[in-house]
Design a protein around this ligand. Structure first.
Ligand SMILES: [Zn+2]
Length: 214
């Protein structure tokens, strides 16, 4: 089963990582525009699109504009607060540096859902933390090696791979865990839930139980 992973950039002129995982075989690309992303998804033959980007606003908000009345509902979603509680760093969807990404993610989500795709929000950094895979800030080669040890083949071997493509592979991996039921969903549906890997670590599992997340 083919699963799409997108490590979305906030703007079209920056690199978006794109991956198609077919089991452990992966094909990756760097893309830029929405049109290119849509074209690649439609060509892939996959029905599940996973996106590393917030895909919803905090409940009560209609936008992230500073001057809108909806601003009183804050800039953080329930799922982001839960992520912090289990010890994982995350940038809230309404923070200054995240607003463009959140708006772009929501736009693409709506578009893909209209075309009949299932779309889920992932946060590869959290899945990497929960699966014991190093994050990209430790270095591209370290993350590449860990994903190869996890079993990935194909474009993961290509010389000039970017950190964005590696996160796209991880995002699609979360899609696979989602299909297998080996995932947790943080937050509430009205805000778009954040799907991530179900951890094996006992302490994290305990925290998740305390929060009523498993
Ligand atoms: Zn608003």
């Amino acid at each position: 089963m083919k699963i799409i992973g997108i490590d979305l950039a906030g703007v079209e002129k920056r690199q978006t990582g794109f991956a198609i995982n077919n089991g452990f075989n992966t094909k990756t690309k760097v893309l830029y525009t929405d049109d290119d992303i849509i074209e690649e998804v439609e060509r892939s033959g996959s029905k599940l699109v996973t996106i590393d980007s917030p895909l919803g606003y905090p409940k009560g908000r209609c936008c992230l504009d500073y001057n809108c009345k909806c601003r009183k509902y804050g800039c953080m979603r329930v799922g982001e607060k839960q992520m912090v509680k289990i010890g994982i760093r995350i940038f809230p969807c309404g923070f200054g540096g995240m607003q463009k990404l959140t708006n772009r993610g929501i736009k693409l989500r709506k578009l893909f859902e209209k075309k009949g795709y299932e779309v889920i929000e992932t946060y590869p950094g959290s899945a990497q933390d929960l699966l014991g895979i190093p994050r990209k800030k430790k270095g591209i080669e370290i993350l590449r090696k860990a994903l190869k040890e996890y079993g990935f083949k194909g474009d993961i071997e290509k010389k000039e791979i970017t950190d964005h493509e590696l996160d796209a592979i991880t995002s699609a991996l979360v899609g696979k865990l989602y299909k297998k039921g080996a995932y947790i969903a943080l937050g509430i549906k009205e805000e778009a839930q954040i799907i991530t890997a179900k951890p094996k670590n006992k302490e994290t599992l305990k925290k998740l139980k305390e929060l009523g997340l498993i």
